[in-house]
Write a protein that binds this ligand. Structure first.
Ligand code: AMP
Ligand code: MG
Length: 520
């Protein structure tokens, strides 16, 4: 054997040994694949030329019971690129349908994603591990199945920010570059994101099955979702109606959380609505800076269908699509009485608005420092937002400044708040109402300000900071700004020295016309 060959062999043996140790940390189970045949295609990730690990999410790896140290290595790059899959993976591309911008596609599916399997986390919760950007699948249609580095990092950043803000979300476990370029408007570095989710079952998954008229599979899917996400409903007399109600409740709470944080998802198609109630698919999403209910960032959302203020009614619309998909099961539950079925489902769907308002107001009370429930609170909260309209007020900072007002005494503490307004006439009318409402509660100003600061973030993923981090990574291969931004966002509620730049919106000039693109 030549010297060259022997070196190769030694190298090969070494890598294999390490891979086994890093890969052994996954104890995969595959209940989705076992229970839901017909809803996926077994498929393999495309091999990539030169995988490099950009970031491993140590905290999440720990939560999943994985050995972060073993995975934070070149071998981890092989695993998270799909080049070398751990034992127990049976990678599949999931099938789903979806209404995209109102139009129905009976077959979308994982065109650039694969489910590796499920692991049980430290809390006993089943979590999906999946790739995004792992190559073409039978669902790819015209797409290349790949992901560009920028969108992968955006999903990593926003998902982690949402998690730190306490908003239910899928999360990033790892990001790798692939060593190849993907063709977009220009050539961009390719990347793969490893995503962790409570599950990847979407409203579109139900739509896929119902569109095909496969009622036995629909029943299996509903049973599976109930067992996995809503086990309390098992054995109820009307489990599917209860499932619809439970998903409506989860979505009402989720969208209220988005609205309370100024988050705009940007592409609330039914294939991007999870049954688990987690935020999924961070494409053209962004946080609103200056308060404007009509804010839209997505370059493809020309009609503003998914504008900030439209998110609650759109969620309601999406849930109506879920009800339609569940209809065959709902009818059966109501002994084939169609009128009764429609009436019961309509009742659930109509309740969404009330449930949404309940969660929104709950969040707003906390943001405004209110501890009791009073009838006037809804108007008080809504009117605070109205004071911001047209005044160029930074949504996130406004709430933070309110906490300063509470803690300080007199006019000085109000300066920061007033400074946010171009014209503070409406604010001046609102503040005395709020003060009067606060006076009706006996809680110390310090305590109240503390409670407000615990729910009103200082740091959100500011659009210009996200772009800065993505640019440095994509154009210069410099991941430092990405890492710093992630660090800052890990503790969104704790103001820290030297981080003022992360708390400020971009100037009006810089941010006007800010557009995000569907990350693919
Ligand atoms: P999304 O906008 O990420 O929710 O994706 C919508 C649909 O388009 C899904 O079925 C994706 O799998 C598919 N898709 C998006 N980008 C690509 C791509 N680059 N290659 C193949 N399929 C894609
Ligand atoms: Mg999607």
């Amino acid at each position: 054997m030549t010297r060259e060959w022997s070196r190769c062999l030694v190298y090969h043996v070494d890598v294999t040994t390490i891979i086994t140790s890093a890969a052994e940390v996954f104890a995969f189970d595959n209940t989705y694949a076992r229970n839901l045949e017909g809803l996926y295609v077994p498929w393999k990730a495309a091999e990539v030329p030169d995988p490099k690990l950009i970031k491993l999410n140590h905290a999440l790896a720990d939560e999943l019971g994985l050995d972060a140290k073993a995975l934070d290595s070149p071998e981890g790059a092989l695993i998270f690129s799909g080049n070398q899959l751990p034992e127990g993976t049976a990678t599949i591309a999931q099938a789903y349908a979806g209404h995209q911008f109102g139009g129905f596609s009976p077959q979308l599916g994982d065109g650039r994603a694969l489910l590796l399997g499920e692991v049980i986390d430290k809390h006993g919760k089943r979590r999906d591990i999946a790739f995004k950007g792992s190559g073409r699948t039978p669902f790819s249609r015209g797409g290349d199945g790949k992901a560009a580095l920028g969108p992968v990092l955006r999903e990593y950043i926003i998902g982690e920010a949402m998690h730190a803000l306490g908003i239910p979300t899928t999360r990033a476990l790892a990001a790798v570059t692939t060593g190849e370029f993907v063709r977009r408007e220009r050539n961009l570095p390719g990347a793969v994101l490893t995503r962790v989710a409570s599950s990847h079952i979407r409203v579109g998954t139900f739509q896929f099955v119902t569109a095909r008229g496969d009622i036995p599979l629909l029943r299996r899917l509903a049973d599976y979702v109930i067992a996995r996400h809503y086990s309390d409903l098992k054995g109820q007399p009307e489990p599917c109606l209860e499932l619809l109600k439970a998903v409506c409740e989860k979505q009402a709470e989720l969208i209220a959380r988005w609205m309370n944080a100024g988050f705009i998802h940007g592409v609330m198609n039914t294939d991007n609505v999870t049954l688990s109630g987690e935020t999924i698919d961070y494409g053209p999403c962004a946080f609103m800076d200056r308060y404007d209910p009509a804010t839209v960032f997505s370059s493809i959302d020309e009609q503003g269908r998914y504008a900030y203020a439209n998110q609650p009614p759109i969620a309601n619309w999406n849930l109506s699509r879920l009800a339609e998909a569940l209809l065959p099961l709902l009818i059966e539950e109501q002994n084939n009485d169609q009128d009764r079925t429609v009436a019961r489902a309509t009742e659930v769907l109509e309740a969404f608005q009330v449930r949404y308002q309940y969660h929104w107001l709950r969040g707003m009370r906390k943001k405004l420092g209110l501890t009791r429930d009073e009838n006037e609170d809804f108007d008080l909260a809504a009117d605070f937002l109205k004071t911001m309209e047209g005044q160029g007020v930074d949504f996130t900072q406004a709430f933070r400044r309110l906490a300063d007002v509470v803690q300080g005494a007199g006019a000085l503490s109000e300066i920061g708040l007033h400074k946010l307004y171009a014209d503070d006439t409406a604010l001046n009318a609102w503040l005395p109402r709020w003060r009067e409402r606060l006076n009706a509660e006996s809680i110390s100003p310090v305590q109240r300000a503390q409670a407000m600061r615990a729910v009103n973030p200082v740091y959100i993923p500011r659009n210009h900071k996200v772009e800065e981090a993505l640019d440095a990574a994509v154009e210069l291969g410099n991941y430092a700004p990405f890492g710093q931004l992630l660090d800052v966002l890990q503790q969104p509620f704790v103001e820290r020295a030297g981080l003022a730049a992360y708390a400020e919106p971009a100037s009006v000039n810089e941010s006007s016309g800010y557009r995000t693109f569907c990350g693919t």
